[in-house]
Design a protein around this ligand. Structure first.
Ligand SMILES: Nc1nc2c(ncn2[C@@H]2O[C@H](COP(=O)(O)OP(=O)(O)OP(=O)(O)O)[C@@H](O)[C@H]2O)c(=O)[nH]1
Ligand SMILES: [Zn+2]
Length: 343
């Protein structure tokens, strides 16, 4: 085991991934990718290494690479990949690899939008990561809106998603957030002004935690922390924060997230019964695709969750509509009474 890399997420599983891919190579985690170079945290310290040969896939921040003689020779099989797909079908953009948890940040000083949260959970699940909702700025929310009630509503609409309430400037909920992060690699998504930077600052604290030892007397080993995209959290875990990820809005229109599960949708259309629950029904194409390995269990799981959420949200919308109608009806009845029409 490369002990110095453990804080960066190195574990037995990565060790065996490296062993079967490139035995004898050194592992390193990509802290930053710029042009022709990679800033990589290696067992002995952080180094900038030049990309002399083309790697497939191309390494991105968060990747674990196999390094031999100061050269990255392979990207270890990823556990997750956060990416941005364009609506026009051109090349997808890799945003970060091996993110365990995506923190979906919503400010309680504005309405919590189910559609945005759903979009975020879709992005996270499509990447192969766990979505967690953070309702923040609890202390400056509407006086008559209860943060815990807001959290309960989100839990109902998004089954299986953890929700926590924070107010970082006020020091609220931070311990819970740190516990939830544990040793995970996390990143944040949320609209502008949601409170992401405040959370990042609270998690990072004032001191920058150095990654590995800087090699002395070796100019190649010198590195700066400016523009660093992967940070060690003092309380454990790793934070990836990049301009590319920041640019992922949670507004439904700006790319083709709705299409991220289109492969599963296409298979589902082949089921014998149009109302197949994909739950052991005869002629279920999903079951067959799982069997044959055409679809991965994790993706079908994510797809199911997404459908559950969509249904829950639709139900809530119907309920809200019903309540509005009842209220309006009640108002009309009252007005009618007042005007004496029913007498
Ligand atoms: N009182 C209070 N204010 C907060 C809290 N979190 C964020 N704010 C304020 O809300 C505003 C926006 O917060 P940021 O953390 O900058 O939001 P952001 O998501 O990083 O926004 P962008 O940088 O535009 O993406 C700032 O004025 C913060 O001071 C909080 O927990 N409590
Ligand atoms: Zn089916």
């Amino acid at each position: 085991m490369f002990e110095t890399l453990v804080p960066l997420g190195w574990d037995e599983r990565w060790a065996s991934t490296l062993e079967s891919a490139e035995p004898g190579a050194l592992p390193g985690r990509v802290l930053q990718h710029h042009g022709a170079g990679l800033v990589v945290a290696l067992p002995e310290g952080t180094e900038t290494i030049m990309l002399t040969k083309r790697l497939d896939p191309e390494p991105t921040v968060g990747d674990w690479v196999a390094v031999v003689d100061d050269e990255a020779i392979a990207v270890l099989d990823r556990r997750s990949l956060l990416r941005r797909r364009s609506a026009h079908g051109d090349k997808e953009q890799q945003l970060a690899a091996n993110v365990d948890t995506v923190l979906l940040v919503c400010g309680l000083d504005r309405p919590v939008k189910d559609g945005r949260i759903q979009r975020g959970t879709t992005i996270a699940r499509d990447a192969g990561a766990r979505p967690v909702v953070i309702l923040t700025k609890a202390a400056i929310g509407d006086a008559d809106s209860d943060p815990e009630q807001a959290a309960a509503d989100v839990r109902i609409a998004h089954p299986g998603v953890d929700v926590i309430v924070t107010s970082v400037n006020e020091g609220q909920g931070l311990d819970e957030l740190r516990a939830l992060i544990g040793t995970d690699t996390v990143t944040l998504l949320g609209e502008s002004g949601a409170g992401k930077s405040s959370i990042v600052n609270a998690l990072l604290g004032s001191e920058i935690v150095p990654i590995g030892a800087v090699r002395k007397g070796d100019s190649k080993g010198r590195h700066t922390t400016t523009g660093r995209e992967l940070h060690l959290l003092p309380s454990g875990g790793v934070l990836i924060d990049t301009p590319g990820i920041r640019a992922v809005g949670l507004v439904a229109e700006d790319d083709a997230v709705a299409e991220t599960f289109s492969d599963v949708d296409e298979v589902a259309e082949m089921c014998r019964f149009a109302d197949c629950q994909h739950d052991g029904q005869p002629g279920c194409a999903i079951a067959q695709a799982l069997e044959s390995g055409e679809l991965l269990t994790g993706r079908v799981e994510g797809w199911r969750r997404l459908r559950e959420e969509s249904e829950a949200i639709a139900q809530r919308a119907t309920l809200a509509e019903q309540r509005r109608t009842d209220r309006d009806f009640g108002k009309e009845a009252k007005e009618a009474k007042r005007s004496g029409r029913h007498r």
